[in-house]
Design a protein around this ligand. Structure first.
Ligand SMILES: Nc1ncnc2c1ncn2[C@@H]1O[C@H](COP(=O)(O)OP(=O)(O)O)[C@@H](O)[C@H]1O
Ligand SMILES: [Mg+2]
Length: 207
């Protein structure tokens, strides 16, 4: 098969230790927990809470956070649609490597476009991609505005801000939805427990 570089001289090298061997070592199943939602919806908060919860259960996880990844791997990308797509593609590929390493990879990114998220889902084998939708109303996210970005977007000082002048496409059939109950957002530990219960129930927390 021709690679994207146009060269047909690139081969896959099989290594002797496989995913199953690593999973046995870790007593867990490698997978990707993909957290999507508006800025300020609590993605990073859930990622950290989930990471801590898994760690306390002796499970190995690793967070790929959108903001952090843009400091390194993706620092040459901006926020225009092509760059957002490439941002998600790269994080999806890295998350796939972490999952293959046997880790529970927690990816927390706005990832506003459905096609981009679905492309990541397609990269993983299906049960191994767990999409978590932070279904928080825009008013709640905007009210929090911890980084002052909504204020700047409303003032027209940031262009193409998700939820303001760039679309957010909610998942159509995600595995987990986090939402308010009676107008109150669940506490970070409650959100984490919801995800851990799912992972446990699906058998990810044992080899
Ligand atoms: N479950 C929650 N309950 C109350 N406040 C929350 C909750 N989750 C997040 N927050 C607050 O909302 C703000 C945005 O959260 P953050 O995790 O940074 O969002 P995101 O990563 O989606 O942009 C932070 O100030 C955080 O403390
Ligand atoms: Mg964040």
């Amino acid at each position: 098969m021709m690679s994207a570089t146009g060269s047909s001289n690139i081969f896959w090298h099989e290594c002797p230790v496989g995913k199953v061997d690593r999973q046995k070592l870790l007593n867990q199943q490698g997978c990707v927990v993909w957290i999507t939602g508006l800025s300020g919806s609590g993605k990073s908060t859930l990622a950290c809470s989930l990471d801590r919860e898994l760690h306390s259960k002796g499970k190995l996880s690793y967070i790929l956070d959108g903001d952090n990844v843009r400091h390194g791997l993706n620092k040459n990308l901006g926020f225009k649609p092509e760059d957002r797509t490439e941002n998600i593609r790269r994080v999806g590929e890295v998350a796939k490597l972490f999952a293959d390493a046997g880790l529970i990879c927690i990816a927390s990114l706005i990832s506003p476009y459905r096609d981009d998220r679905d492309a990541c889902r397609a990269m993983l084998q299906d049960p191994n991609f767990v999409e978590v939708f932070m279904n928080m109303p825009l008013e709640v996210c905007e009210g929090r505005d911890p980084k002052g970005l909504y204020k700047l977007a409303r003032a027209g000082k940031i262009k193409g801000f998700t939820g303001i002048d760039d679309p957010y496409e909610p998942p159509l059939n995600c595995e987990i939805e986090i939402k308010q109950k009676d107008g109150v957002c669940p506490a970070p530990s409650e959100m984490a427990v919801q995800v851990v219960s799912y992972l446990d129930q699906k058998g990810f927390l044992q080899a």
